[in-house]
Design a protein around this ligand. Structure first.
Ligand code: PLP
Length: 419
């Protein structure tokens, strides 16, 4: 099918709700590259939004999924099956502290829904606190704690009641753009003021937080922020949910980004990179909390399906065998050092990153769009994020070849310099 006919059919048959960053028809993916219908290849720093952590169609993941397809595709709640148990055991080895029990889902939003429900049934409390700038998903519960853009709520009110929103440790949310450490202090003060003025902590089931804002602009909270939230949750018996849907699976140089703050959450939500592109998510929690879910109190027909779980096992085994978590930390540092050279450019407001989760912030969305377009012309796919859509985020595969990473960074640098 020619591209024009395809685009026409797409607009005829697919819901207009789908937003695409790039209007190219890709027909194949391999390693760090996508191939369009004319055979042109593009270096992919978008990875299906931080999902294909091992690049496209990683042979070990594909093989494991195919083997599972030949054996058993679906059982749901009819009877137990092996892959989710094997995967849960592996995840419990990686999850911080005593987080050792899993409930599997199909997506990030479904993991967030599960985590919120679990916190509520465990505490028997009604309220939830989330942060300005956070993105947690599109289903009504997850949307209710999402505050990265007002437009995401448009047309869907009323949302979940009893959700309270306070500032994230994002310097740009405070007057005078303080440094990240002070921003963490100010955000924690504001959180405590919420308890004084708006909601009693004894009514709060959960505080849900991203260790770094993803959709909200690749903002890396100072470790004091998560530490402070942990202390507040301990003090008031509140469940701390850390949403690692975008930051997890080694992307920041730790398996989970909350490890940088040396804290153990009560619940972690996962998805995206967990199965290198197959649909899977997980709610991982402490055993006593998960015990709040009696049989039948939560469920999912497809969640934890054997094929996705098999792919996830192969993904984590590969991350482990190839030392990709440490590699993400090391490569990220090198790449960031090169990217920082852009900091002097008048159109660039900030360059930041943690591991292979990196961002260049521009003075405006117009500049961002120009740079992104130039990158695409030169064969590099990057996507944007942030309230003002002025941030280009980079999330290359964790196993990207050194030369490909350098090439991608160079294309971006040249695009900025020629803008
Ligand atoms: N949580 C975070 C931190 C995310 O970045 C996202 C998606 O971008 C979600 C939840 C929702 O995930 P999904 O799109 O798989 O529902």
């Amino acid at each position: 099918m020619d591209v024009a006919t395809f685009m026409e059919k797409q607009s005829q048959y697919l819901a207009p709700a789908y937003h695409r960053y790039v209007d190219i028809l890709f027909v194949r993916g391999e390693d760090s590259y996508l191939y369009d219908s004319s055979g042109r290849k593009y270096l992919d720093f978008a990875t299906g939004i931080a999902t294909t952590v091992l690049g496209h169609c990683h042979p070990k993941v594909v093989k494991r999924a195919k083997d599972q397809l030949d054996k058993l595709v679906h059982l749901s709640v009819v009877a137990p099956y092996e892959p989710p148990v094997q995967l849960a055991e592996i995840l419990s080895r990686y999850a911080p502290g005593d987080l050792g029990m899993c409930f599997f889902t199909n997506s990030g939003a479904e993991s967030v829904e599960g985590a919120l429900k679990l916190a509520k049934i465990f505490t028997r409390r009604p309220a939830v606190i989330s942060f300005r700038g956070s993105f947690h998903g599109r289903t009504l519960g997850a949307l209710s704690v999402t505050n990265s853009k007002g437009v995401y709520h448009y047309g869907y009110r009323p949302l979940l009641p009893d959700v309270y929103v306070t500032s994230y440790a994002d310097p740009s949310q405070f007057p005078g753009r303080p440094d990240p450490k002070l921003a963490a202090e100010l955000a924690l003060e504001e959180l405590n003021r919420l308890f004084l003025y708006s909601v009693s902590p004894e009514d709060v089931a959960a505080i849900i937080v991203e260790p770094a804002l993803g959709e909200g602009g690749y903002i890396f909270a100072h470790p004091d922020f998560l530490k402070g939230i942990r202390e507040i949750c301990n003090k008031h018996g509140i469940v701390m949910i850390v949403d690692e849907v975008q930051t997890g699976m080694g992307r920041t140089g730790k398996m989970f980004a909350c490890e940088h703050a040396h804290i153990t959450p009560d619940i972690i939500t996962m998805a995206k990179g967990i199965a290198n592109g197959l649909p899977l998510g997980a709610v991982v929690s402490k055993r006593d909390i998960m015990a709040g879910w009696f049989p039948g109190s939560h469920g999912s027909t497809f969640g934890g399906n054997p094929v996705s779980c098999a792919a996830a096992i192969a993904t984590i085994e590969t991350i482990e065998e190839e030392g990709l978590i440490e590699r993400a930390g090391k490569l990220g540092k090198q790449a960031l050092a090169t990217l920082k050279e852009l900091g002097a450019h008048p159109a660039v407001t900030e360059v930041r990153g943690l591991g292979l989760m990196m961002a260049v912030e521009f003075v405006s969305s117009e500049v961002q769009n120009k740079v992104r377009k130039k990158c695409l012309e030169n064969g590099l796919i990057v996507v944007y994020c942030g309230l003002k859509e002025n941030v280009i985020r980079l999330m290359p595969p964790l196993n990207i070849a050194d030369a490909d990473l350098e090439r991608g960074i160079e294309i971006l640098k040249q695009a900025v310099q020629s803008t």
